[in-house]
Design a protein around this ligand. Structure first.
Ligand code: GTP
Length: 351
């Protein structure tokens, strides 16, 4: 259960990455199309009809793409279409030559744009494809309308490859450092939410991870049962055998819970010898059966050493809730039931 709740942070970082791509898409679409329209109108001469046509068509496609994205919110699809438009624009511009044969200068921003839109792997493949196609076009002058000087094309391709490699290294290490920071953050979060002695989640986990998950994915949890469990006369055990033995007993109790709970259940150490078991999609009646089953296993364990079998027992209180706001009320009710179980002589389940 804990790892699935930890996905929260990974979702956050995906959200930030989606914002980054959203801004690149918006910038490329609105600003670049505006520049294209301006240059399209500036070059609206009879002998240069192909250049304004390329600029108007690409600018319009960019605009349509971003408007469809605004309406549908399908970011991945919009970025892929934008990248295809970028590729088509670069190739057609180099084919035509641009105003005064300046097309090659305009190509340089686009590798970086592809990295921004597609992510490292896909951007690298797209850029490699783009450079290869450009190389074929530039070294086969018959294929294109424009006339570039040989020295110009080779220097252009060399510079473009350098730009692509620098973008690739930059994005690759940006992603790696992002992943490393996320892992570090996740492990810190896990540490902060884990009880060092038993390895169970602790009380902090309830507020930091469980409650947000209950609120966001209530269908996955409710009706939810809680079981409060407290080891009976634990002080006596500590006094008789020492604190270290007490610690070992706590670890064995945690192990007993883990053996008896389902994968989706959560065992939490809320205090010294007090535990809270959280059972999603479980009624109080069923939780009571679970508590009873665990209770009956206490006398069957060898608790202290192989020579001395100290009779450890535990008391349980059970409650149920059906919405996030009732969670702590249910915990309180289970605690009252636990108090009742203690009051009635311990080693029993109430609620
Ligand atoms: N070994 C060990 N003991 C702990 C730990 N945390 C709390 N305790 C002890 O747990 C004992 C709890 O004692 P009480 O609250 O009096 O409860 P109890 O003796 O279990 O009695 P009832 O709950 O009424 O059955 C205290 O002696 C604490 O020192 C821990 O991490 N390790």
């Amino acid at each position: 259960m804990t790892p699935s709740l930890n996905q929260k942070r990974s979702q956050q970082s995906q959200h930030i990455d989606a914002r980054r791509r959203h801004h690149i898409l918006a910038f490329v679409s609105y600003i670049t199309s505006a520049v294209m329209f301006i240059y399209g109108f500036k070059n609206l001469h009879a002998e240069l009809w192909l250049l304004p046509l390329i600029l108007f068509i690409t600018g319009s496609c960019f605009l349509v793409n971003v408007l469809v994205y605004q309406a549908t919110k399908k970011l991945q699809r919009a970025c892929t279409i934008e990248a295809l438009l970028v590729g088509a624009f670069v190739l057609s511009l180099v084919y035509q030559g641009g105003h005064n044969n300046t097309a090659l200068y305009w190509v340089f921003p686009f590798p970086a744009i592809l990295f921004g839109l597609l992510g490292v792997r896909h951007a690298l493949i797209s850029n490699a494809f783009l450079v290869l196609t450009l190389a074929v076009m530039l070294f086969t002058p018959d294929l294109i309308l424009a006339e570039y000087k040989d020295a110009e094309t080779s220097r252009f391709l060399a510079s473009l490859i350098i730009v692509i490699i620098v973008c690739w290294i930059n994005d690759h290490y940006r992603e790696r450092s992002h992943e490393a920071m996320e892992l570090l953050q996740q492990s810190k979060e896990l540490q902060a939410n884990t009880d060092a002695l038993t390895g169970l989640v602790n009380r902090r986990f309830l507020d930091s991870s469980l409650l947000p998950a209950l609120a966001q994915q209530s269908d996955e949890f409710f009706p939810l049962a809680v079981i409060m469990c407290d080891i009976d006369h634990f002080k006596r055990l500590n006094d008789q055998f020492g604190h270290d033995v007490g610690d070992e007993v706590l670890k064995s109790v945690a192990h007993l819970f883990q053996q008896n709970l389902r994968q989706q259940d959560i065992a939490c150490r809320t205090g010294g010898e007090e535990f809270l078991l959280i059972l999603p999609h479980t009624s109080a009646i069923d939780a009571r059966k679970v508590a009873e089953k665990i209770r009956l296993q206490f006398p069957q364990q060898r608790w202290v050493t192989n020579d001395t079998n100290y009779p450890v027992t535990a008391s349980f209180g059970v409650a149920e809730c059906n919405q996030t706001e009732q969670f702590y009320e249910a915990v309180k009710l289970a605690d009252q039931q636990l108090y009742q179980a203690k009051h009635q002589g311990r080693n029993q389940v109430c609620g």
